[in-house]
Design a protein. Structure first.
Length: 102
């Protein structure tokens, strides 16, 4: 995982799958930003091989829950019930960002 800062928020991206980890409240904070400010998060492609695979929280190791996003029902968010962090697969931030513009 590579850590980088977007608008003062430190997020982590997987170098192999382009998935992104957001600690609690970071995703909603970044979805409110202007498109140019979050351009680095808007890249990545869907990886069909990852669909349906269960993940584990990088903070506490608990199994992530898979829930449909209320912003875009085509996006399944992987969320930690304990720390409230969120994992988005590659390309999912773009789908959520675009949908919130509607």
């Amino acid at each position: 995982m590579n850590v980088f800062s977007v608008e003062g928020v430190a997020v982590e991206r997987c170098s192999s799958c382009s998935g992104i980890w957001f600690d609690a409240r970071e995703l909603s904070q970044l979805l409110e930003q202007d498109a140019r400010q979050v351009a680095s998060l808007r890249r990545g492609r869907d990886n069909q091989q990852l669909e349906g695979k269960k993940g584990f929280c990088p903070r506490d190791g608990s199994e992530l829950l898979r829930v449909y996003s209320s912003i875009n029902q085509s996006v399944i968010i992987d969320a930690c019930a304990d720390c409230r962090g969120i994992w988005l697969d590659g390309g999912e931030f773009e789908k959520l960002f675009s949908a919130r513009q509607l």
